[in-house]
Design a protein around this ligand. Structure first.
Ligand code: HEC
Length: 199
């Protein structure tokens, strides 16, 4: 009995088909070619994994006329992947994004066409966490520290998933806050996770 349990726990690293979350804002490469960035807390399906490396799949939606981002869904604009070149220049505007596999097309209420898509890529196993709880707790405390200096903390439920990134942008462009990309990513994810239309 004891032996069987040991074997079972030793195999727990081979988590085929399991889900996880990105631990940080990471660079994404496909077949060794840099294709952009994935955001912290993006949910991934683990296709294969060993102690060092993993292959994951991310699913979401890409706007047909603006193929630079893969988001959670057309209504809840939470960014999962931002496609870019080495110089951080956005690419694939209105062209066909070669890195995604399009599963089907859907039209939203404004007549925009969305490509329900997926893509897989390799990353270090250390960049995946099984549970998002610790990261959301860290995000919450970052938010409370950074965003309470000048006014009361706005409740995450005051704005929608799609509105929060603009609120942060306006704090940045107004010169009120300077955020590191990773920190900005984390704060946005926390606010979106608890936004008024999050559930
Ligand atoms: C240095 C001071 C300062 C800091 C730090 C700051 N803000 Fe603000 N914030 C302001 C001021 C001033 C306003 C009102 C004027 C404006 O909206 O430009 C404001 C307004 C807002 C509003 C209301 C906008 C609306 O349309 O009702 C939101 C939401 C907000 N801030 C979010 C944040 C978040 C999130 C952070 C942390 C990333 C943050 N603020 C950090 C100064 C600050």
């Amino acid at each position: 009995m004891k032996k069987a349990m040991l074997i079972f726990s030793a195999c727990a690293c081979l988590a085929f088909g399991q889900s996880g979350f990105l631990k940080e804002h990471i660079k994404v490469s496909q077949d060794g070619k840099f294709i952009g960035f994935a955001t912290v807390l993006t949910p991934v399906e683990i296709l294969s994994q060993n102690a060092k490396n993993a292959k994951v799949k991310v699913s979401g939606f890409v706007n047909e006329n603006y193929q630079e981002k893969l988001v959670k869904d057309p209504q809840k604009y939470e960014e999962y992947l931002i496609f870019a070149d080495e110089n951080d220049n956005a690419s694939f505007k209105g062209e066909s994004n070669p890195f995604i596999k399009v599963l089907k097309k859907a039209e939203d209420e404004y007549g925009e066409i969305w490509l329900e898509s997926e893509l897989s890529f390799d990353l270090p196993s250390s960049a995946i966490v099984a549970s998002p709880d610790e990261l959301y707790a860290k995000a919450k405390s970052e938010y409370e520290q950074v965003c309470s200096a000048c006014h009361h903390l706005h409740a995450p439920s005051e704005f929608s998933v799609s509105q929060w990134p603009f609120a942060i942008e306006s704090m940045e462009s107004g010169g009120f806050v300077v955020l590191e990309p990773a920190q900005k990513d984390l704060i946005i994810k926390y606010l979106q996770h608890n936004a008024k239309d999050a559930k």
